[in-house]
Design a protein around this ligand. Structure first.
Ligand SMILES: [Zn+2]
Length: 301
């Protein structure tokens, strides 16, 4: 049973908007690419895990703090016998291990993902101790991409390879014990202790004037054009959307990128660019947001 669904991080949402509206530096572009790839893998695991026995409590995307240190777990799977801490990696291609170091096929070294996993395990154990819990813990890295190969991996490593995922889930399903009160208590406490925002997320500097204005397609992030009086269309993927929905979406994006800016008719006209009529924008803002202030101080929240 899933008790906390996955949501996209603020960092990913901001990077996605900026990538569409700005020429990001190579490093930021890469961060953005990894973030998209990461959530894609996590969602794939969510889909597979959804069917796991009812005798499991599943918490996605948990961010905890222990001894002034933040740590994040992609999926916590509370099983009657074991608490699984799952870290999902969407690596694609050939990788190999040599003397505890991890490399891509081309010889480029990558961060050893097991180090991150063991840090997470240590902090989670401390968290359990602080809350006087005693459970079996099993941290695991799940390699979710079907085209992932890892050479020189010892059989003892705490990893689940793409070809082992089904079997891993099947085993969970076959287990007979039942969840108890203490499992429920644990899940409640984890949820209560979950932090909404990571202090580690680092975003590139950006300024309103430097961003390209317009409405971006929600499927492929290309700028949309007028299709007819009521709809916009994406010239890249062809998906269309009612103008009202596009504007509301763009206002949400504006709020995300510029929380300090007030939402006004002229501000949103400038931001969305494609809709030039103040009348239409005013009507949409009135229908979806709350009007506050008077005369020239009017804005929406
Ligand atoms: Zn599109």
């Amino acid at each position: 049973m899933i008790i906390k669904l996955r949501s996209e991080s603020k960092e990913l949402r901001v990077l996605r908007c900026l990538n569409a509206r700005l020429n990001l530096s190579e490093k930021d572009k890469q961060n953005y690419y990894y973030a998209e790839k990461g959530i894609e893998g996590e969602r794939k695991l969510d889909d597979l895990i959804e069917n796991v026995s009812r005798e499991c409590l599943i918490i996605s995307d948990l961010l905890l703090e222990c001894n002034n240190t933040f740590f994040q777990i992609d999926t916590v799977l509370i099983h009657p016998e074991t608490i699984f801490l799952l870290e999902v990696k969407n690596y694609q291609g050939i990788y190999y291990i040599e003397e505890n170091r991890w490399y891509k096929e081309n010889g480029k070294e990558i961060k050893n993902p097991l180090l991150q996993l063991s840090r997470c395990e240590v902090l989670f154990r401390q968290w359990l101790q602080q809350h006087k819990f005693n459970f079996n813990i099993q941290p695991l890295i799940v390699f979710i991409h079907p085209e992932f190969t890892l050479f020189n991996a010892s059989r003892e490593l705490p990893i689940v390879l793409p070809t082992q995922i089904n079997n891993f889930l099947k085993k969970l399903n076959n287990s007979t014990p039942k969840l108890m009160k203490k499992h429920e208590r644990l899940s409640e406490l984890l949820l209560a202790d979950h932090q909404e925002e990571s202090p580690y997320s680092r975003l590139p500097d950006y300024h309103y004037d430097k961003l390209q204005k317009g409405v971006i397609c929600q499927k492929c992030y290309t700028f949309m054009n007028y299709f007819n009086k009521v709809k916009l269309i994406c010239p890249n993927c062809g998906s269309s959307e009612k103008i009202e929905e596009s504007i509301v979406r763009s206002v949400e994006e504006y709020k995300l990128l510029f929380p300090e800016r007030k939402i006004t008719v002229s501000g949103i006209r400038d931001w969305c660019l494609v809709v030039e009529s103040d009348k239409i924008i005013r009507r949409i803002l009135q229908g979806n947001f709350k009007l506050v202030g008077k005369n020239r101080y009017t804005h929406y929240i």
